[in-house]
Design a protein around this ligand. Structure first.
Ligand SMILES: [Zn+2]
Ligand SMILES: [Zn+2]
Length: 328
């Protein structure tokens, strides 16, 4: 099979035209990959900002595929069934976090496209317990960004709590889905983009943002909560300053540059600053149902598998609206 392989952090991905097909082990399914989203986390892995990826690695954790083979011990999944594979690829199931419904925090968790080979390939294997059925109204390409950008954005949105005015910092794949969830619940969305990104701001307004402007400028109204998707630590004091008393600021990315020192008065008055890590299967099930009900419309740019490096470069340069998706 073909796969795009990371041999060492900081290098471009290498096309392996004859990689050995993985086999479905106990509890696993073999999937024929039809689409795999390109997530900002992939960029952090390729650029070496996340330590200790399993090398050589096939990245990709927004996988939509159909079951080509079923391993021993898998019940209720048939050949040809369409499944999605998210970032959380395995958790231990026995630790306090796992037993308490917080498997996203399991210290032994393994992540797709990081600890486990992912979906930048013709085929991949996945633990059947961590795969989600994809609602039928989404095409493979439309569904791919739901599996991380959508899911992590949903978890961040949920943990931000009640808010009439919601700020979104960074208007990429995650925010373009989160704005639709927020609008569905009647929230007013304020989108902050890279300074001077008029096209990005127009895209945010077209997606339903009430206001869009530069991340450096103050919000026109006090926000009740803010989600930070861009990996820029200086957005944390900016978002706290824009948030009203008692409001919550959620850092939704897996990596962020250092947060500069800021005066305590930005946190005072019961503002809450928190991060969101990974996802649980319960998040996945709830979000897929919600995405189908709204329904979420994803904006995607499709690339052939071999152009994974080009897709990553466009994401790095902020040149994409919505999400890039690889189509093996
Ligand atoms: Zn665990
Ligand atoms: Zn991701």
């Amino acid at each position: 099979m073909r796969a795009m392989v990371l041999d060492a952090a900081g290098q471009a991905l290498r096309l392996d035209p004859q990689r050995t097909m993985p086999a479905a082990g106990p509890g696993q399914v073999l999937l024929r990959v039809h689409a795999c989203g390109v997530c900002r986390t992939d960029l952090h892995v390729v650029d070496g900002e996340l330590v200790h990826p399993h090398l050589p690695l096939v990245p990709g954790h927004e996988i939509v595929g159909t079951v080509a083979a079923v391993g021993p011990g898998v019940a209720g999944i048939g050949i040809g069934q369409r499944l999605g594979v998210p970032w959380l690829g395995w958790s231990c199931g026995v630790c306090g976090y796992c037993r308490g419904g917080r498997e996203n925090l399991c210290e032994r968790a393994r992540f797709t496209g990081y600890d486990l080979d992912g979906g930048y390939a013709d085929y991949t294997v996945a633990d059947a317990r961590f795969c989600f059925p994809i609602p039928p109204q989404f095409s493979d390409v439309e569904a791919a960004p739901l599996l991380c950008a959508g899911l992590i954005g949903y978890r961040a949105w949920r943990l931000a709590g009640e808010a009439k005015r919601l700020g979104l910092y960074g208007f990429g794949a995650a925010a373009h889905i989160a704005v639709q969830v927020a609008r569905h619940y009647g929230q007013e969305v304020y989108a902050f983009t890279r300074p001077g990104d008029a096209a990005g701001q127009a895209f945010a307004r077209a997606q339903g943002a009430h206001w869009a402007g530069d991340a450096g400028q103050p919000a026109p109204e006090a926000l009740d909560a803010a989600l930070i998707f861009a990996p820029a630590g200086e957005l944390v004091p900016a978002a706290l300053a824009a948030t009203a008393r008692g409001g919550t600021v959620v850092c939704a990315g897996i990596h962020m540059s250092d947060i500069p020192a800021f005066p305590y008065r930005l946190l005072w008055e019961e503002r809450v600053l928190r991060s969101v890590a990974n996802l649980t299967r319960a998040d996945g099930e709830a979000f897929m149902a919600l995405a189908a009900a709204i329904p979420i419309r994803t904006t995607t740019t499709a690339f052939p598998l071999e152009q994974a490096n080009e897709a990553l470069a466009q994401l790095r340069g902020g040149r994409l609206h919505g999400a890039a998706v690889l189509c093996p």
